[in-house]
Design a protein around this ligand. Sequence first.
Ligand code: SF4
Length: 359
Amino acid sequence: MGIEQTVDLKGLLPDELEDLAVSMGMASYRGRQIAAWIYGKGTTDIDEMTNLSKEVRNQLKEQSTILNLQPVKEVWTEDGKTVKYLFELPDRRRVETVLMWDGKRRTLCISSQVGCPLDCHFCATGKMGLVRNLTAGEMLDQLIWVRRFLLERDDDVTNVVMMGMGEPLLNYDPVVRAIRLMNLSYGPQIGIRRITLSTAGHVPGILRLSEEGLKIGLAISLNASNDVQRDQIMPINKKWPIAALLDAARIYQQNLGRRITFEYVLLHGFNDSREDANRLVELVKGIPCKINVIPWNPIDGEPFRRPPRPVIEQFVETIADACITATVRYSKGDDIAAGCGQLFQAPSLSTSQSGPTFC
Ligand code: SF4
């Protein structure tokens, strides 16, 4: 790595920080010290790195920066159990991050892209198109800021879901890098089994991830019980239809020994019949999995409806009768448009219209 340009230290792996330290004429262990300051203590000011000499700090300041994202807006649900943050990026683009309290869990839903190119029809983020990928540092900093907020209250993030704006597997390398940093023993220390990546069904990405050696959870946004149906709401299905997606899910499950989560957004009159539930059971038969049923969260301009409660219950009972674990996720935060499929940022940078995501 050259040192002529200013480099953002946040997002570099410890090994890379060691290389950087060496390239700047320091001992390599200095790189680990810098990593501990940035990822462990959340330092954003190089002058706070008091175990580095003043000379070294000055040199670092000349050649590097530390990203420091700040939320420009936060919206809480009425029950105080969900908050949606709007973070402004260095180029003034904005992404949304959602924190949810549920019993002892503090789950943070992180965005991986500004917008999303996949255009799932039930999802507000898909309406934005892809604006750009986030860097590893930008993903990690959503976690670092929220942890700082919680730690001041003797609380902490327990779980991370890469389920915010964007398709994580279309931003593969930075996403994997961010996950490794979240898991750092002297960093945020989010247990690898407490991190889940959600995908709309990017098959090559799932296969690559199955070889990555990261035992993170995988959630697949299925949402249909056959290809005809799925083609209508998820354009990605035309490229990687259900059979190919389920083959990839089997490989992931076998390689990592982790149960797959299938997400199923329930759209009334479209994919919520007893026949749909039975077909879904047949599809996932033999894959250790659970099914997360998500009654649709309304977004403007779409013809779908949320099913009435008896329909939701019938759907879930049909799955449970086949001895497959099924849960209903009544979205937390839909009163602040922070529910699944609702994350949205208007293209205009000056507008903070919102509504979050999901894959
Ligand atoms: S559901 Fe996920 S993959 Fe689909 S458009 Fe929304 S953010 Fe993109």
